[in-house]
Design a protein around this ligand. Structure first.
Ligand SMILES: Cc1cc2nc3c(=O)[nH]c(=O)nc-3n(C[C@H](O)[C@H](O)[C@H](O)COP(=O)(O)OP(=O)(O)OC[C@H]3O[C@@H](n4cnc5c(N)ncnc54)[C@H](O)[C@@H]3O)c2cc1C
Length: 321
């Protein structure tokens, strides 16, 4: 099967989620794949994609693609699709990928497998499984006999593997006049230099069990010891104890870190929808019946105010060894 992968970059840095999709395409195709990279000043980034399996990189490097434009970026993906004639297109299920994939699929009159967590090739079709009902069940899905098979891949689920590889062939795309009907004028990033939970490999999250915002230092201590990002339940975000950018769950961010530590979080279904696919889940809760223990790999029943300082101390000591 011949693959084309959409590559997302932010401020001149290729997103890890796109490298994961590219590595996955290489594994599934068993051969070289093509990639498409839109943006401004992105041409020098193309050569790095060789290590992840790209034999050809179609680059749309233009001033008017500096900021995300649905029409412009889909246009680049479309033109690369015309040139490459792939059987399948993979796009990382980031905020951008989730915006772009439906339009691209609609243009080709096919459906897309959204936010998949497992993907395989069966004959001439992609078969995937994806979480449904807020992660309570898994659905196996495929694109039927669609002429173009499209899937968006959940970040942090598939490994990004850099191997020895030759530099890809780079081809510039001529998109002509894009004339977008909607334009992103400005992107304001938050002042904080905190690790984004959506990209972090380790997350330590706090819920209502922390009692009040004055107690974040207890969570922060373990977070810093582990070099983790700080997550939160919606209850504490709604209470104004922390900014929404930290919220994990159905109406927050969907995460799949290697390690998720839930502190004083009950494990409501809407929270599990955002973190239930983490590889290892450690839950600290004083209620042995808390639903979080149903998904936890390791559960500690007890008072987080006693456990977390000991936990952080043990991590620091283990790191010294
Ligand atoms: C449409 C919709 C969307 C939603 N989206 C989200 C979402 O995206 N993310 C999300 O998180 N929620 C979401 N919610 C809210 C969700 O249903 C829960 O209300 C919320 O997750 C509860 O947060 P919590 O676990 O911090 O608080 P609680 O449910 O109050 O749990 C606090 C936990 O802390 C434990 N605890 C208390 N003191 C201690 C202590 N000293 N030591 C250890 N443990 C202690 C308690 O035993 C309890 O289990 C959504 C709800 C709706 C209706």
């Amino acid at each position: 099967m011949k693959f084309l992968v959409f590559i997302e970059q932010r401020e001149g840095k290729i997103r890890k989620a796109s490298l994961e999709a590219l590595s996955l395409a290489r594994r599934l195709s068993g051969g070289p794949v093509a990639a498409v990279l839109p943006g401004k000043g992105v041409t020098p980034l193309a050569k790095d994609l060789g290590k992840y399996g790209a034999a050809t990189v179609y680059v749309a490097d233009r001033d008017d693609l500096a900021l995300y434009s649905n029409k412009g970026y889909v246009g680049a993906l479309d033109l690369a699709t015309q040139k490459e004639s792939p059987d399948a297109v993979l796009i990382a299920a980031t905020a951008m990928g989730k915006d772009l994939a439906p339009r691209f699929a609609a243009r080709h009159d096919v459906s897309a497998l959204a936010d998949v967590m497992d993907l395989r090739v069966e004959g001439d079709r992609l078969v995937a499984w994806r979480p449904v009902y807020s992660g309570k069940a898994r659905a196996e899905v495929d694109c039927g006999s669609a002429k173009l098979q499209i899937a968006t891949t959940r970040p942090n689920v598939f490994p990004a593997e850099a191997l020895e590889g030759s530099e890809p062939r780079v081809e510039a795309l001529d998109l002509g006049d894009i004339a977008p009907r909607a334009k992103v004028i400005k992107v304001e990033t938050s002042e904080s230099k905190e690790l984004d939970v959506a990209e972090a490999d380790i997350i330590v999250s706090g819920g209502r069990g922390i009692k009040g915002p004055e107690n974040w230092p207890v969570i922060r201590d373990l977070q810093q010891a582990l070099g983790a990002a700080l997550g939160a339940s919606r209850a504490v975000v709604d209470a104004g104890w922390i900014d929404h950018q930290h919220q994990v769950g159905q109406t927050g961010k969907v995460v799949s870190p290697t390690l998720y530590v839930a502190c004083g979080i009950s494990g409501a279904i809407q929270h599990l929808a955002g973190m239930g696919t983490s590889k290892v889940i450690v839950a600290i809760n004083k209620d042995p019946e808390a639903p979080i223990f149903k998904v936890a790999t390791y559960g500690v029943v007890g008072d987080l105010f006693q456990i977390l300082p000991e936990f952080a101390k043990a991590v620091r000591e283990a790191k010294k060894e």
